[in-house]
Design a binder for this molecule. Structure first.
Ligand code: ADP
Ligand code: MG
Length: 257
């Protein structure tokens, strides 16, 4: 398959997946998954279905730049499946410089390993955050480019990102305090979220949930403090518009002090 065909196929996935309701138990139905996911992702999903983690694949929750998130039914609970795309757009520009260069003929393999490592990293970061007492989707298992975690929501309806939830000043203040507390808890466990914003915080009633931790770094990362500063900046910027006043330096001291 050419690159163009592959791209087309991926776009078709994004368009059509929400129409699909596939019972992975039934091998006939599984057949129809071919042509939706690439073969390797399909194998990974088969494996997870065989292990009993997935009983039925539901609709799409989100199509992002690097990953799509799906709802699924597990044996006794709803689960969220994050599938990193192997042909993610981040690698596209890189590829155009590399194709045809014999030094990079193993590029395809490298690209896959990078994505697989990234997926595993998100699982580990979520585990670490969970252990630190930060409310995150409980991570269950990862395999290759597929991450299975607790579904934050009910009856196939995911909880909303905080950016679209109307908040009274009091609710905003509470959510802000919890967010800062979580940033501190992560920091004490040697972790910085590194992509914190109103897009990666869900609000379930009054419950704040951090998500999307593939890019999170430990404090020994050279940019850790820069990322922490940015996380705090984004947090304060968002909550300021919801009536919360806070000083960035003061919050930074509160977290690192
Ligand atoms: N465990 C989950 N439960 C419910 N919804 C989720 C879950 N994980 C992600 N989502 C939804 O999917 C969106 C994208 O997930 P995210 O991990 O942020 O991926 P991306 O890298 O594409 O930003 C989130 O903003 C959220 O709305
Ligand atoms: Mg996100």
């Amino acid at each position: 398959m050419s690159k163009l065909q592959l791209e087309k196929k991926i776009r078709a996935i994004d368009r059509d997946i929400d129409k699909l309701r596939i019972r992975t138990k039934d091998s006939k139905d599984l057949k129809s998954l071919e042509g939706v996911f690439d073969t390797s992702t399909l194998k990974t999903l088969y494996h997870l279905a065989n292990k009993g983690y997935i009983e039925a694949l539901g609709g799409v929750i989100s199509t992002g730049k690097e990953a799509n998130v799906y709802h699924a039914r597990g044996r006794d609970r709803e689960v969220a499946i994050k599938i990193y795309r192997i042909a993610a757009s981040d690698f596209r520009a890189m590829q155009s410089y590399i194709i045809g260069d014999p030094r990079f003929k193993n590029m395809k393999h490298d690209k896959r390993s990078i994505v697989f490592t990234w997926t595993k990293k998100e699982l580990r970061n979520l585990k670490k955050a969970h252990a630190a007492g930060v409310r995150v989707p409980e991570p269950f298992v990862s395999r290759n480019n597929v991450l299975l975690m607790e579904f934050i929501g009910n009856n196939e309806t995911p909880v909303q990102q905080i950016r679209v939830v109307p908040l009274t000043p009091d609710q905003a203040q509470d959510a802000f305090d919890t967010t800062i507390d979580y940033i501190k808890k992560l920091y004490l466990e040697n972790l910085v979220h590194a992509d914190l914003s109103e897009f990666n915080i869900l609000l379930n009633g009054s419950e704040v949930v951090f998500i999307d931790m593939g890019q999170s770094v430990t404090l020994d990362h050279p940019n850790a403090m820069k990322f922490l500063t940015r996380d705090i900046h984004n947090t304060i910027r968002f909550f300021r518009r919801r009536g919360v006043t806070a000083d960035e330096n003061q919050i930074m001291n509160l977290i690192t002090g």
